[in-house]
Design a protein around this ligand. Sequence first.
Ligand SMILES: *Cc1c(COP(=O)(O)O)cnc(C)c1O
Length: 235
Amino acid sequence: MSIQENLKFIRSKINSAEIENNRESGSVKLLAVSKFHTVEEIEEAINCGQTLFGENRVQEATEKFSEIFKKHLGIKLYIIGQLQTNKVKKAVEIASRIESVDSIHLLKEIEKQCEKINKKIEVLFELHTAEDSKSGFLTKNDVENAFNFIIENNFSFVEVKGFMTMAPLTDDENAIKRSFQIAREFRDEFQAKFPQFDLGELSMGMTNDYKIAISEGSTEVRIGTAIFGERQLSS
Ligand SMILES: *Cc1c(COP(=O)(O)O)cnc(C)c1O
């Protein structure tokens, strides 16, 4: 199947899932994860109306998207992979959102680099909701400390918009569901605790589990394989 056909298929599946779960039409956004795929493949998706893209690695993202931004208007890039401190400078230059923030240390560096170039950036707090995952905030206390840190230090470039998580790699649907439920409970709890933030975003669901994610309240699914096909290298 072509990228065009894949996109059409996925969009219709997302739409059906919205209807099945009494979600408003268009309430689940599609982030096309283009890691390991070429500029040409990304442009094929752009030609089908896709505007939102996700990449894991800053170096690869910069190489591809500096070219894409020159040719196409209205494209947004989100960084979704684990981010090293020394990559933050480049990340905030090209991305409009970083979804994989899981430490105060990273938050500080993002605020600092954004201040230098006077650019606001959206961030999501990544939550560790699955045992086999290596990234994400581990505890409620850690997340609460991060919010308090932002407040106490009057951050004005970092804008927290919600949460991101990855479910475990398993066929056990209940384990996947549980992981998404934990993320949603975090979101609800912290939204109530910190009403001055707008924590509406819940980025969860990938090629193999996006339907479950939508039923658990996802507002953004991150889909790679089902759009672009199998990756040559796995990340
Ligand atoms: C690669 C990746 C995805 C997309 O995964 P697929 O299974 O190919 O849809 C989503 N989120 C993150 C964080 C990823 O690294």
